[in-house]
Structures are given as C-alpha cells and as structure tokens.
Design a protein around this ligand. Structure first.
Ligand SMILES: O=C(O)CCC(=O)C(=O)O
Ligand SMILES: [Fe+2]
Length: 274
C-alpha cells in the first residue's frame, strides 16, 4: 500500500482557504530575503543598468527564490495538485494613490478548467492560484489585495451591490489582511478580488506569481530569455511545456519534474516564444 504522504497544510489552513478563497502564511521569508528582493525592485525601477540582465525582470535575480519556495509549493501541491507550472510573475512598487484596479472575478466559474474552484473526494482542486509575496508589513487599511470572501464558490454572478470599492458602497463581505513583511497570500483566481488604491505613505513592495496545473495555460509566457537561461534547472521545471503524457512512446512518457531534470533536452516553454 502506498505510504500516506503528510499534508503540506494544516487542517485549519485548508478550512480557511476553502471557506474564504484565500490564505495568509505570515513571515515565511527571512529579513535578508525580503531586503534583497526590495532592493532588486528598486533597481528595476530606478537603475536597471546596475543589475545583470537576468535580474532586470521577474522572476529572475533575488526574486527567483520565490519560484519554488518550499512553504509555497507544499500549499500549491495541496490545492492545485502535484504537477505545477508558474504561469506568470510580476512585481510592484505601488506608491500612495496608485491601484491595480476594481473588483474582478468571482461567481459561477467552477466549471472552468482554468479558474474553477472545486472540492471533491476530500481534496481541493483549484484552478489558477495567485501568490502575493508582501515584502513589507501590511496593515488592514493600507489597501493591499481585497477579496469578497467566499465568492470563489458563489453560484450567482457577482451582484452590483457587492462589486464596489467606493467608500460607503463596500460589501460587508469585502475583506483584506494584515501581515508582517515576507508573508505569502494565496488566493484562487476564482475569488472576486481587487488591488485598491494604496493608502500608505511608503510603497507597497510585492511580487505576484500565478501558478496553475501543468495541463492548463492561461497567460502566454513572458519571461525574458536571459532570465529563463539563468535559472537552475529545478526552477526551470516550473516552465516546462504544458502537457502530461506522451503516448507515442511505450511506456507513455510523463512530463514529470524528474523527467525534466534527467533530460537536458526537455524544452522550456520560453523556447516557443516568438
Ligand atoms: O494588486 C493587487 O493587489 C491585486 C492584483 C491582481 O488583481 C492580480 O494580480 O490578479
Ligand atoms: Fe486579479
């Protein structure tokens, strides 16, 4: 009998993620790690020439440690599945008054293979999951990512009475989080969410990575070739081609991480960029 593997999430984390659609893991990065990535983001904005080409965009340079951070991957294995891809990665240095935008997502998309959120046979099957790495401490009213809790499982489309970020017009289900520097915030892309106006005098530094099941692909990959080439093979594995099995071989070939690591010829997705 196969050995029972330990779950990478506590029961409370699973309950919380299933109930609300998001989850915060506080302070999983060290102060040195967060400082290194903040410095990289500052240089990307102010002085890109001071960085090597492979550090000038995500997910290269200091931020590359986030790609396969064990405290992230153990959650993603639990809520997406054992075979993962990194769909896309971007960083922000959001100044006071800037925003990402209004509430979006949520509602009856459970059937959608890209975004859908399902629970069956005792486990979560989330579509795309966004991981926000908050690199500075965030307070509840700072204007970090906001969510309509539970909307990832809503059966009706988002109602206009619950779709505004306007003062005095906010849904009672609209919520956010506070967390120390170096925290990770996971949310299913089926959850209604927004990046509202940043309220604090000091900027919001964050890296936002989107993960998906190996077999699905929403974002066209836009990782710079220099960045991709610079990553160790273990991290490149998160950008392998989006397929599961090749039945032209006998036995069938599975597009596993192990195969990718053992086969130097196995292409990375960036090879197909044009
Ligand atoms: O900027 C934010 O807080 C949210 C970003 C967002 O909506 C997204 O990346 O899908
Ligand atoms: Fe979004």
């Amino acid at each position: 009998m196969a050995e029972k593997t330990m779950s990478g999430m506590t029961d409370e984390e699973k309950f919380r993620f299933d109930l609300t659609g998001f989850l915060v893991r506080p302070a999983i990065l060290t102060p040195d790690e967060t400082a290194g990535i903040i410095d990289q983001i500052d240089r990307i904005h102010d002085d890109p020439e001071s960085l090597a080409p492979e550090e000038r965009s995500m997910p290269g340079g200091a931020a590359s440690l986030l790609i396969d951070h064990p405290r992230i991957i153990e959650v993603l294995h639990e809520i997406i599945g054992p075979e993962l891809r990194l769909e896309g990665s971007y960083c922000i240095r959001r100044e006071k008054g800037q925003q990402h935008g209004e509430l979006h997502g949520g509602g009856p998309n459970q059937i959608d293979p890209i975004f859908g959120y399902r629970f069956q046979n005792g486990r979560i099957h989330a579509g795309m999951v966004r991981v926000v790495f908050e690199l500075t401490a965030v307070g509840k009213d700072d204007g970090a990512t906001h969510f309509i809790a539970g909307s990832h499982k809503a059966n009706f489309p988002m109602h206009p009475d619950h779709s505004s970020l306007g003062e005095g017009e906010r849904s009672e289900f609209l919520t956010s989080y506070e967390c120390p520097a170096g925290s990770a915030v996971f949310f299913t892309e089926n959850l209604c969410h927004a990046g509202p106006v940043w309220q604090r005098d000091t900027p919001r530094y964050a890296v936002l990575n989107a993960y998906a099941h190996l077999a699905t692909h929403w974002h066209r990959l836009r990782v710079e070739p220099e960045v991709m080439r610079s990553l160790p093979r273990e991290k490149q594995a998160y950008f392998r081609e989006p397929w599961i099995a090749d039945f032209s071989t006998s036995p069938a070939t599975h597009n596993s991480v192990e195969r990718f690591l053992n086969n130097e010829e196995a292409p990375i997705d960036t090879d197909r960029q044009a």
